[in-house]
Design a protein around this ligand. Structure first.
Ligand code: CA
Length: 344
């Protein structure tokens, strides 16, 4: 269930329909426009991640549309799709800012692969940018603490600042580790295979058992032992690990974390629930954003803000739907719905 948006600017209605059909089937959200001006105004309202752009269009031609698109949003990806197949046409297209160029007639399968590749590049670039931004913020903070330590009047004050330095270093290590996981996970080829749900939940529970017991938190698994799902084991495990780790982290002292899996109408439902601090309603729509941390998380709780973003990206790749329910002071529940044959 990819949520990335593709705008198709193409004046041949049959071709527009064909592209629309194939991209929608692959899980993209699509919109179409039949000429250049309509394409530009749709780009404003629809905010696509990528544009498939014909060159020979009535009114504004594709080159002009590309130039204006890139002028407004450098991060938008443009794939030119055209009958103009001379080398100089291609050069002109790429010089105007197109990220890729395909000539008609073309294979729909190849086009979809190129679209996916361009969007992966875009995600990777975004992640690099935001990790660098995060790292530079943290180094600034570390610098500020170092100067406080230098000027501290006594040992106790200095120790207090050193504790803050240690927390920053821990969360920075976690950020680097999670960015690495994300880059691997986003680039790796998925290999769907039968995967025992109970086994995955148990491995995650075992991994966090020690951390949980130090907080007096109980981890409970509610799942029939024989439920299987066809999915990529590595990616799915990473999703469950991140969610279980979060649940233990935010569970109340002496609280409980429940990992549950059920099969309903051919769909697999997995839920990870804690009875911790909860997430404020105003923060809920942003919990899956890169680098986001809820406003009620105490600064003493370390975290990179990337764990749930990784969960979101992996779920999209696995074709899994995600939802979150939370009440401040009562706890949070993340639910994942996998189709029986997830991960095509
Ligand atoms: Ca045309």
């Amino acid at each position: 269930m990819k949520k990335e948006k593709v705008l198709i600017i193409e004046d041949e209605l049959d071709l527009l329909d064909l592209l629309d059909f194939n991209l929608t089937r692959k899980g993209f959200i699509t919109a179409g426009a039949l000429d250049g001006s309509e394409g530009l105004s749709k780009a404003e309202s629809f905010r696509p991640d990528l544009v498939i752009l014909d060159l020979m269009l009535p009114g504004l031609d594709g080159w002009e549309v590309c130039r204006r698109l890139k002028q407004k949003r450098k991060d938008i990806k443009v794939l030119m799709l055209t009958a103009k197949c001379m080398p100089e046409d291609k050069v002109k297209g790429l010089e105007t800012g197109a990220d890729d160029y395909m000539t008609k007639p073309f294979s729909v399968k190849e086009l979809v692969i190129r679209v996916e590749k361009l969007l992966t590049e875009k995600r990777q670039k975004n992640l690099h940018r935001s990790v660098i931004h995060e790292l530079s913020n943290r180094i600034t903070t570390l610098g500020a603490y170092s100067r406080l330590i230098e000027g501290a009047e006594d040992g106790n004050t200095a120790r207090k600042y050193i504790q803050s330095v240690c927390r920053q270093v821990d969360s920075t290590e976690e950020l680097i580790h999670e960015a690495g996981i994300f880059l691997d996970a986003d680039l790796m080829e998925l290999k769907p295979e039968p995967c025992g749900l109970y086994e995955v939940l148990k491995i995650a529970a075992d991994a966090y058992r020690e951390l949980a017991s130090r907080k007096g938190v109980t981890i409970r698994i509610e799942a029939e032992e024989n439920i299987e799902v066809i999915t990529d084991k590595y990616a799915f495990k990473q999703v469950i690990f991140n969610l279980a780790g979060n649940a233990v982290k935010y569970a109340r002292t002496s609280g409980e974390v429940e990992l549950r899996a059920t099969k309903v109408d051919g769909k697999i439902l997995v839920s990870i629930r804690d009875n911790g601090i909860g997430i404020p309603a105003v923060d809920l729509p942003h919990v899956f954003d890169q680098g986001f941390r809820a406003s009620n998380v105490p600064s003493t709780v370390k975290g990179s803000g990337f764990g749930l973003y990784i969960v979101k990206v992996l779920c999209e790749r696995l074709g899994a739907a995600m939802s979150v329910k939370s009440t401040v002071g009562e706890g949070t529940e993340f639910c994942i719905t996998l189709p029986d044959s997830a991960g095509d």
